[in-house]
Structures are given as structure tokens and as C-alpha cells.
Design a protein around this ligand. Sequence first.
Ligand code: SF4
Ligand code: SF4
Length: 209
Amino acid sequence: MQQYLFWILLLFLALGIIYPAIGLLAIICMLAPVVLAPYKGRYWCGNFCPRGSFYDNVIAKLSPHKPIPAFVRSKSFRAFMVVFIMSVFGVQMYYAWGDIGEMGRVFVRIILITTIVGIILGLIYHQRTWCSFCPMGTLASWFSAKAKPMPLQVKDSCVDCKLCTTACPLQLSPYIEKGNTQGFTHGDCLKCNRCVKKCPKKALAFQNG
Ligand code: SF4
Ligand code: SF4
């Protein structure tokens, strides 16, 4: 299903420009990843987010698949982006408050601009570069890192081929936790299952999934 969800993003933006009140629906996509995070980690980002689907299924075909810059994954940059985007959002919402159309327009505008930034980064680096520092994804990753839901077990059959990292939309490396009984619990894991499917040794499996 994830491969078709990007149509929701395109429909949302097209309709949202004409009927801005539709923008209020975006609150679902903003809250869902954070609410789900303590129980499923960034499952929403990897399986239900229409923008994630757009990057995985459209931009991925055009992306050079270079390493995601370490800078954008740093804690300080991610914290800055949370504060920056939330502040911009808050100020705009303050002035739009009470007018449904204007409030919806705030969502449409912010999603349009951040999607364009994500497209540019995807065409320069990697399709999911934006998702490495998306504010809602960052909040979800903080909750996920604390709760450690759905750990990914790495069995001894792993041969360090690193194909899991190649398949991972966020270029994570589950294989580094071979031998760790707690498994791979990285807060940014999208629980997308791509590494599990890609592993030639069937060394990966989610627990509590
Ligand atoms: S793809 Fe499988 S075998 Fe290869 S490094 Fe990853 S977990 Fe290990
Ligand atoms: S580690 Fe595996 S499940 Fe987690 S985001 Fe990467 S490919 Fe998806």
C-alpha cells in the first residue's frame, strides 16, 4: 500500500491550493507519527506517511543515492529544525487563528515548502534526506529511542554484507547489533521491513511487531 500513498500528498497539495481549508487534514499527518512513536517507533514515517511514500517511490527513481550528510542528522541541527519549524508554524497560525481557510492555508504552505526542500535534497543526496531531520520525525525518533518498541533482532547468521544498509531508506545499519540480545533499537528506524526482505541470510526479524 505504501507505494501508492504519495497520491494523497499530490491530491492534498492540488486541492489545498484551491480549497485551503482542506489543509487542516494535515494535522493527522503531523500528530500520528508522534502519537504512535512510543508503541511503534517511526512506523508511520515508513509505512503511512504520504510524503515518505513520495520520496520512496517517486524521488528515489531520480536520486543519486549519495550518503545523507551527517550534519543534517546531528542532534543540534534536528533540535534547531524542530524549534524553527514549530515557531514559523506557530506565528503563522496565530495570525490565521479563527479563519478556517487561512488556518488550512498555513498547513498547505508549510507542507508545500518543506516538500520542495525535500525534493531538492533528494535530487542532490538521497530521497529520504528530509526525513532525517523532519521535525515530526525527529520528535517521533526521540520517543522511539526512549521506548525502544519493535526491536530488530540480528541473528548470528549475519555475514556483514551490509545489504541491509543499502536497502535502508535512512541508511541505518542494523547489522552492527549482531550479538546484542536487545537488538537494533535506533530511534530513526522506520520499521519499513526493507532490510528484513533484503537480507540474504534471513538474519533480521522484528520482535513485538
Ligand atoms: S543484509 Fe543481513 S547478512 Fe547482510 S549485513 Fe545486513 S543483516 Fe547481515
Ligand atoms: S533499519 Fe530496516 S526497518 Fe529500519 S528503516 Fe532501515 S530498512 Fe527500514
